[in-house]
Each structure stands twice: as C-alpha cells, then as structure tokens.
Design a protein around this ligand. Structure first.
Ligand code: PLP
Length: 374
C-alpha cells in the first residue's frame, strides 16, 4: 500500500479511538431522547449535563454558558445573526477581512437585510491591530467579531486588547476560536469575550458538533425555534453521541496541551529546515505568534494547486488554504488581504500538523516538496 501522510489538520482531525468508544453506547443501547420524561431518558440527559460541565471546565466557563451546536459554521452564524437581529438600537457589525467564510458570508447575509458591516484590514502578517478597531468603532456597533487564530496563516490575534475596545463602546465581542480550542489554553474569563465558537472535529472529536460559549447575561436571540433544548435558544433533539465525544476529545486534548504544543513546534522546525536547506525560494506567511503546527508557505513562481496534486500523488494530504475554498482556484481572500507579492501568492500551500504526525512525516513532506520544486 502507498504510504499516506495526513497534514491537513486545520481542515479536520482524526477521531481519537477513545473518543469513538465513548460515543458508541449513545448510538446503540442508550438511544433515548434526552427531552423525554421517562427513566430511559435519564442517562442521555445526565451525559449531556456532564459533557456541558466538562467542556465548560476546559475553557473556564460555567456549564450554563455552553450551548451545543452542529459545529463552527453554526456557532459563527448564531453569534452574528443572534446578536444583530435582537437589538433594536445598535445595528452595526465590525469584523475583519481574514475571517472564515462562516463569518464573512453570515455578515454578507445580514448586510443584505440592512445591517451595516465594516471590515478591518490585517497587516502583512495577518494581524488585526487594535488601533484599526478604535478608528471605526462607534456606539452603533452591536457586535465585533474577530477570530482568535486565522485558519489559513495561523496568526494569533490580540483578542484581549480588541475586546477591551469593543466593550468600551458597548459592543459585544465574539471570537471564532475554531482553530484554537483544544490546541492552546483558553480562559474565557481572562480574555473576557462574550461569545466564542468551537468545533469538535478540529480537536480529534466527531464532525457535525460544536458549541457556542455565551457569557451569562448576554442578550442574544435563539438560533433555532422549536423545542426547549439548549435553554430554548437552540431547539432540536440533542446529538448525544456527538456531544459526549466532543467533551471527551476536548478534555483529553486539554490534558496534553503543553506536550502537544512542543511537538507541533518541533515538527514545524524539521519541515522548514528540510526545505530551507534545499534552497527553495519561499515566504512563510503569518505572524511569529501563530497556531502551533500551522505552516503556510508561498513558493515563488509556483502553483499551490499543482503542488497539492503532486503531493497527493505521493500520498501526502495538505491544502492550499481554507478547506472551504477548495473549489476556488483563485488566490484565497486571506493571502490577498495580507498582500503576499504576486509572484509568490499563487504558489501558496498550508501544511497543518496534528498529534498523530511524526518527525518522519515532517521530513518526508519537506523532501517531497523539494523533489517537486527542484
Ligand atoms: N471557523 C474557522 C476558523 C474554521 O477553520 C472552520 C473550519 O474550517 C469553521 C469556522 C467552520 O467549522 P465547521 O467545519 O465545524 O462548520
């Protein structure tokens, strides 16, 4: 069999075996609907409550501040639409040019309904500077939404400073932390955000489940109307197996977070060293303060798609940027926004390591790239 190296962990991650095993009983024997009154509903109801507490503890939230969703896209849509549709006075949203399309397209949708949206530009390292927010925020701003780390170039944003400015102007602050939860420590009390999005499949949990942290007392409307689930704010029979699996994956990853971060940095170094030593002409995109394991490179006079396909033939899975952009052959909106020079921009790829990658993988990807580009 052809060797296979998976290095697209920013797109999705491998489900942990222990996580899968924790989910099975809720799909087979304990299939009761947690909203029912009889004894058979008690175990799933308890499992959901325990998962909520486990997840809350991982980010220093209260259990009642965790709302289960179908993933990052839904959490982001809820944060945007739930904030602006339920405030009569303030209508404006501020976000950045480098957000995931779950934010950008949700913002465009509310813009079409008459809600003004303003966009902050990043610097060339993909960082949103607090002064740029200070220049445009007003007392009409209902929500400021800036991601915690960028999914393409990995740059970590100065969330605490941005959040202070938003609050000074009475704006809610949301952060899309989909790439960060389970990979770097997060304390919602310390960063002081009102809303935070996360998705289980980015931290070795199952696909199709995530959560939105909603700080207690935050005025936000329901996402789904229907039953009374999720405190009446997100109706729909709960995905018990998914929720249990997400809690297990997050707890397990958070217990290993420091070890994981060191490993990611070591893999990055091996990979970069291999291509540097071969004298390839490339730019590493993003800031020094970045998501561990996320490496975005632009090779001069090259073509990212071609590199992706050549690596694919060699049994290596990486991406050209955002997974959601995979049908789009244009230079990604992030690479455009950070102004990567034209002769490099088209040759952009993203290698994102995960906990199942080895040092051999990192070196092999580097060597494969050298072979293709030389
Ligand atoms: N936000 C960011 C930053 C992401 O990277 C992603 C997924 O790529 C999402 C949101 C969407 O998450 P999901 O795939 O769970 O809908």
């Amino acid at each position: 069999m052809k060797p296979f190296i998976y290095a697209d962990n920013a797109a999705t991650t491998q489900l942990d075996t222990a996580v899968f095993e924790s989910m099975v009983p809720w799909l087979t024997d304990e299939y009761g609907n947690a909203s029912q009154q009889y004894a058979f509903a008690r175990a799933p109801k308890k499992a959901i409550a325990e998962a909520r507490s486990t997840i809350a503890a991982c980010i220093n939230a209260l259990p009642e501040e965790i709302y289960f969703t179908s993933g990052g896209t839904e959490s982001d849509n809820w944060a945007i639409k739930g904030s602006v549709f339920f405030d009569e006075e303030r209508k404006e949203i501020i976000t950045s040019r480098i957000e995931h399309h779950a934010i950008l397209n949700a913002c465009e949708a509310v813009k079409r309904l008459g809600y003004p949206v303003l966009y902050l530009e990043p610097d060339t390292e993909g960082v949103i500077h607090p002064e740029t927010l200070r220049q445009i925020i007003t007392n009409q701003t209902r929500l400021t939404s800036i991601m915690l780390a960028n999914n393409e170039v990995g740059s970590i944003q100065p969330i605490m400073k941005l959040c202070v400015i938003a609050h000074e102007h009475g704006s809610l602050f949301h952060t899309d932390a989909v790439q960060v939860v389970g990979h770097m420590p997060i304390d919602v009390r310390e960063v002081d955000v009102d809303l935070l999005s996360a998705s289980a499949h980015k931290f070795n949990g199952p696909k199709g489940v995530g959560f939105l942290y909603i700080r207690k007392g935050t005025n936000i409307g329901a996402f789904n109307d229907g039953g009374a689930q999720e405190n009446g704010l997100r109706a729909g029979t709960e995905n018990v197996a998914g929720i249990v699996g997400m809690a297990k994956a997050l707890k397990d990853n958070c217990e290993q977070i420091e070890k994981y971060q060191h490993k990611m940095i070591a893999l990055e170094k091996i990979f970069i060293k291999t291509i540097k030593e071969a004298g390839l002409d490339f730019i590493r995109n993003g800031s020094d303060n970045h998501l561990p394991g996320s490496v975005n490179l632009s090779f001069r006079n090259s073509n990212g798609e071609l590199l992706l396909h050549r690596l694919d033939l060699m049994g290596i899975a990486i991406s050209t940027g955002s997974a959601c952009d995979s049908v789009n052959t244009q230079v990604s909106h992030v690479i455009q926004a950070i102004k990567v020079p034209e002769e490099y921009a088209r040759g952009t790829i993203r290698v994102s390591f995960g906990k199942y990658n080895s040092e051999e993988d990192a070196e092999a990807i580097g060597r494969a790239l050298v072979k293709i580009l030389k």
